[in-house]
Design a protein around this ligand. Structure first.
Ligand SMILES: [Cu+2]
Length: 523
């Protein structure tokens, strides 16, 4: 009896044994050397195998291991889908003057969810949106996508017959890695996808390092705002630039984004950024409602798995760790900075609250370039710039950036010296991944987002010109990319000007420049 109990316990333990953690590596290391060639071959084999299962009978376990099935978990077009049909999407693009992108839907078909499992887990990705009343619905973005990648990776290992295989990540937060890795661009590879921005796919343009800096996110102590800043910031930016634009297939359009193999290395990097943040701010459950939320996926045997996000907080228990989670910032000092003094702009009796230095009311974005003067009292600017860095930061907030329909381009946001627009610093990017989709809000629902950019370094770089002449906020339409060869610049600027849609009625509720004392700066 005792022996039997011991055997049973043994078996239970064997089943519950977590997989040995292995490294999820940065792409350039993953492919390096003879071992790298083996790792890449294993990944390519897995993707090819999953794609070969797309034609399996839709009631089979193999279908649940297919590429299509896994892309469909993120989103899909079809009559049973919250995303609507391919026809809906095409007529939407045509109706708003984006008909030139319809060709990216060639070969994309409506799919019926074949059974109850597919019906319950397809098109369940979590992305934030604003509803008809203008309220923000923040998604369980990090949690859902970590679970998605975890189960996807189990299927990859099964498909490669390789227990050591872990997803590599594309680390575009590193300014030296802004070009899409060449392995994704070889047309004969299973990880190639033709439905990308052609300039990204031929290496003639790269991501913009000013759009992929995540230092502010890492130092943000509040989980939900930090998560939202990544979702609507670098995450959406990469989707909208690798895809031809937003909302266009594959990467730029939520319902089909998971079809591009680079999706998974993009999201592995996003997942790593969460792990980087957790390394600083903790992995322990806090009892927050988002941790209790449960999501469903299937595992490599096609069995439905439903678990709460709190089981996924520590990646080591899931069988992977990232090769770099402790040195993720470009400027580690910014994250580590200990608050030592009050920000000079704040009065001695003030609480640790932001102080508005200058603000502008509603701004309509009716042309590809819009410049807005921001009037800041001279002494306030001088004080803020003179304050020690550790005392706090200066933020530019674009409140309620809204549009009725997709504006057709991204927008680079700059701070410039008033009267001298050549003296400028890019402080961020506005993109619209996940907005205007039927999935979450609906094609007709006006989207609004509030962007907060740390502009301390930008203002210091503009230097005394900024405090004598004053500053301007400049929004410039862009496809988000930087040509890798100079002659590309002029052509790109012209294309972008043409792509901008004034009829999208894009506008900004208000613009605010404020001084934010470091948390803990007050006694
Ligand atoms: Cu995504």
């Amino acid at each position: 009896m005792l022996a039997l109990a011991a055997i049973c316990l043994c078996q239970v333990m064997a089943v519950a044994q977590p997989p040995q953690p292995q490294l999820r590596m940065r792409w350039q290391d993953f492919v390096k050397g003879p071992d790298g060639a083996k790792r890449l071959a294993s990944l390519q084999k897995a993707v090819a195998k999953m794609k070969s299962l797309d034609s399996s009978p839709t009631n089979s376990v193999d279908y649940r291991r297919s590429w299509q099935f896994w892309a469909n978990i993120h989103g899909y077009y079809g009559r049973t889908s919250v995303d609507g049909t391919v026809e809906d999407q095409i007529s939407y693009l045509q109706s708003i003057g984006l008909g030139q992108y319809v060709k990216y839907y060639n070969g994309i078909k409506d799919q019926p969810a074949p059974d109850a499992i597919a019906q319950s887990i397809w098109a369940t990705c979590e992305h934030s949106y604003t509803d008809q009343q203008g309220n923000l619905h923040q998604a369980n973005f990090f949690g859902w996508h970590r679970m998605y990648l975890y189960y996807f990776e189990r299927v990859l290992r099964w498909a490669a017959q390789d227990d050591t295989l872990r997803l590599p990540y594309w680390d575009y937060t590193d300014p030296k890695q802004e070009i899409l890795p060449v392995e994704f661009r070889k047309t004969s590879s299973p990880i190639y996808d033709a439905k990308r921005n052609p300039q990204v796919n031929n290496g003639s343009a790269a991501l913009n390092p000013s759009s992929t800096n995540i230092d502010d996110f890492l130092s943000n102590t509040d989980y939900l705002p930090a998560e939202l800043s990544v979702e609507e910031g670098v995450h959406g930016y990469v989707h909208c630039t690798v895809g031809p634009t937003c909302p266009v297939a594959h990467m730029g359009d939520v319902p089909v984004a998971g079809n591009d193999p680079v999706f998974y290395s993009h999201h592995a990097n996003i997942d790593r950024l969460w792990a980087c943040w957790q390394k600083i701010h903790g992995t322990k459950p806090t009892g927050a409602p988002w941790e209790e939320q449960k999501f469903s996926f299937v595992d490599e045997t096609g069995t439905l798995q439903t678990r709460p996000v709190k089981d996924f907080l520590d990646s080591a228990t899931l069988g992977y760790v990232y090769d770099n989670v402790s040195d993720c910032a470009r400027k580690p000092a910014v994250v580590a900075a200990a608050p030592v003094a009050r920000l000079a702009a704040a009065g001695p009796s003030e609480e640790s609250k932001p102080v508005t230095l200058g603000a502008v009311g509603s701004v309509a974005i009716t042309s590809p370039t819009t410049a807005v003067d921001l009037t800041v009292p001279h002494q306030a600017m001088v004080n803020a710039l003179a304050a020690p860095r550790a005392a706090g930061s200066m933020e530019l907030v674009l409140h309620d950036v809204g549009a009725d329909t997709p504006p057709g381009t991204l927008f680079n946001v700059y701070l410039a010296v008033k009267g001298d627009p050549a003296k400028r610093q890019q402080i961020g990017t506005i993109s619209w991944f996940g907005a205007f989709n039927n999935h979450h809000a609906g094609h007709g629902v006006v989207q609004k987002r509030t962007y907060t950019f740390n502009v301390t370094d930008a203002l210091r770089a503009l230097g005394s010109d900024a405090d004598t002449a004053g500053v301007q906020v400049v929004l410039e339409a862009s496809n988000g990319l930087v040509p890798t060869k100079r002659p590309g610049l002029a052509a790109q600027a012209q294309q972008t000007q043409q792509a901008f849609r004034p009829e999208a009625n894009m506008r900004i509720g208000s613009i605010e420049l404020r001084a934010v004392p470091a948390s803990g700066a007050n006694p």
